[in-house]
Design a protein around this ligand. Structure first.
Ligand code: AMP
Length: 543
């Protein structure tokens, strides 16, 4: 028997109209690409979004059309999120840091009809546009006064498109499973794979995030998404932020420590979300200036492992709670959050250990670990296996890529994350490694992530990566590749002595190599594959 309740589709346009009506004086603040700060209210944002939808219609955009964006976090990008999806088209966000061949691949694979581009990335497109046969036009995200000369053909100016449009638009009603947005994820090998979100998955993900205990988000919150809007919908901030009625503060192109610090203080930001690299820059700036934070309460940090030393520094020096989150593009992205139960508070050392894990489940996600044969492993805090997930905001397949879909999803619909994890009896999940990065020494696994976590706590090291290097006797042994803090002398012996106190003896790296920088991918993640390639012939002193 079915329940006798209405079935209304969950649509992104509802978020926009709800927010505009319910929080009429809430603000959206952006650092602009042209320079300066832009601010307006929720209703003003909704008006411009409706104008944009009218403008898109006039350009001939219709349902299912893919509209590319190559843009920073700002109000125009937000308007694009809502206008494209709201009218039934698909917002395809692109990472400008992707290598040119991958960017070309995704524009053509997605068959984008129009691309909206930030002034900053115009030179990038000028070099590539000839390889985009399906793109009918490019819209530069600026006003007429700032429109530059460009060699791009069929160019429009964003503000000119909006200028004479009506601010009324009837958002169509359609099936909630309709595609709303598209984001490609780039693995270490092969072409990027498309993750096609639906209205339903995005709305549900937003509600799931708002239900996480320990990260209260409401009208009193001032949210700074440093995580880019081109990467997994800025972790959902543009959706759940509007549902909750938060003040949104977009950092635009200025992501260095000084600019972020200035914006956080000026706008009295309470919550800031982003990857660890960004916070390294911010903390370095704070150390240099000796300033504190006057408003910041929490940072949600994910995308790669959050070092315990960073959790400590945020707490001890600034009284800011650094909370680890884990997720994937394929999961919209959030899966787990390392918040602490009331019964577990009190003993900071114990808390720190829990906070150093990737955390416990967010409602709406299921997880399990399996061995190489696919058998379920116990959640006993010891068994390590590949992490599998399921949920309403997890992909059921990659966009037009059957081969990748077959590899990632099993017959029961579980998605293979590629992360190796342990799950404790009380539900905390800890990532030990990527399946491909784990180091196997004499048949035993060594966690490169754990080693990196410990190494980065050394005060003279700015960044650290651990990879497995071929070894005659042990098959593989760990090599630590580290970047010293600027202008600081540090020796191999100092680092090894430091690690000796902190990790099992047989985990100690066989060597330490200092470099000026480590290779990072387009989303700021360490590129271990590149590092392994660079050091593939490295002779360890223990050979
Ligand atoms: P992406 O889809 O680009 O966001 O990458 C997802 C991958 O990033 C995950 O499968 C993890 O390997 C890694 N990742 C994300 N968050 C964390 C975290 N908190 N700790 C360790 N790895 C993480």
């Amino acid at each position: 028997m079915h329940g006798l309740m209405m079935h209304r589709p969950l649509l992104i346009s509802q978020i926009l109209e709800f927010a505009a009506g319910n929080y009429p004086d809430q603000e959206i603040v952006s650092r602009t690409t042209e320079g300066g700060i832009h601010r307006y209210t929720y209703p003003e944002m909704a008006q411009r979004t409706r104008k944009l939808a009218n403008a898109l219609k006039k350009l001939g955009v219709t349902e299912e059309d893919r509209i590319g964006t190559i843009a920073w976090n700002n109000y125009r990008h937000l308007e694009l999120y809502y206008a494209t999806s709201g009218m039934g088209a698909i917002c395809h966000t692109m990472n400008p840091r992707l290598p040119a061949d991958q960017l070309t691949y995704i524009v053509n694979h997605a068959k984008d009809r129009f691309i909206f581009v930030e002034l900053t990335f115009l030179p990038l497109l000028e070099k590539l546009y000839e390889h985009f046969p399906d793109v009918e036009g490019f819209v530069v995200m600026t006003d007429e006064a700032n429109m530059p000369e460009t060699t791009l053909p069929r160019v429009y100016c964003y503000e000119t498109l909006l200028r004479d449009e009506s601010d009324q638009f009837e958002w169509p009603e359609f099936d909630e499973n309709t595609a709303s947005s598209l984001c490609y994820t780039s693995g270490t090998t092969g072409n990027p794979k498309g993750v096609l979100y639906s209205h339903r998955s995005n709305v549900l993900h937003a509600l799931f995030v708002l239900s996480v205990s320990g990260i209260p988000i409401d009208e009193n919150s001032v949210m700074l998404p440093v995580v880019p809007m081109f990467h997994v919908n800025a972790w959902g901030v543009p959706y759940f932020g509007l549902i909750a009625g938060t003040k949104l503060v977009f950092p635009g192109p200025a992501l260095d420590g000084e600019s972020l610090s200035e914006l956080i203080e000026a706008e009295q930001v309470t919550e800031a979300w982003g990857v660890p690299t960004v916070w390294l820059g911010l903390l370095a700036h704070k150390r240099k200036t000796g300033e504190g934070f006057s408003s910041l309460k929490r940072t949600l940090i994910g995308g790669s492992a959050l070092p315990r030393s960073m959790i400590q520094e945020f707490r001890e020096k600034y009284n800011v709670e650094a909370i680890q989150g884990w997720g994937m593009t394929e999961m919209s992205p959030l899966g787990t959050v390392a918040t602490i139960r009331p019964s577990q508070r009190g003993d900071w050392d114990k808390e720190l250990k829990l906070r150093g894990t990737q955390g416990r489940l967010m409602f709406g996600v299921e997880m399990k670990i399996v061995d190489a044969e696919g058998n379920d492993l116990p959640h006993d805090g010891e068994s390590q296996g590949e992490l599998l997930v399921r949920g309403n905001a997890v992909i059921s397949g990659y966009y037009e890529n059957d081969e990748a879909t077959r590899q990632a999803l099993d017959k029961d619909g579980w998605f293979h994350t590629g992360d190796v994890s342990v799950i404790s009896p009380d539900g905390y999940m800890e990532i030990v490694d990527r399946v491909k990065d784990v180091i196997k020494s004499g048949g035993e696994w060594i966690s490169s992530i754990d080693l990196e976590n410990e190494a980065i706590a050394h005060p003279k090291l700015a960044e650290a990566a651990v990879i497995g290097v071929r070894h005659e006797k042990w098959q593989e042994r760990p090599l630590l590749v580290a970047v010293p803090e600027q202008g600081v002398e540090v020796t191999r012996e100092e680092v090894l002595e430091f690690l000796e106190q902190r990790v099992a003896k047989w985990w100690l790296p066989d060597d330490v190599v200092f470099v000026d920088e480590l290779p990072h991918g387009a989303t700021g993640k360490l590129q271990k594959a590149k590092l392994r390639e660079d050091f593939k012939d490295y002779k360890l002193p223990t050979e």
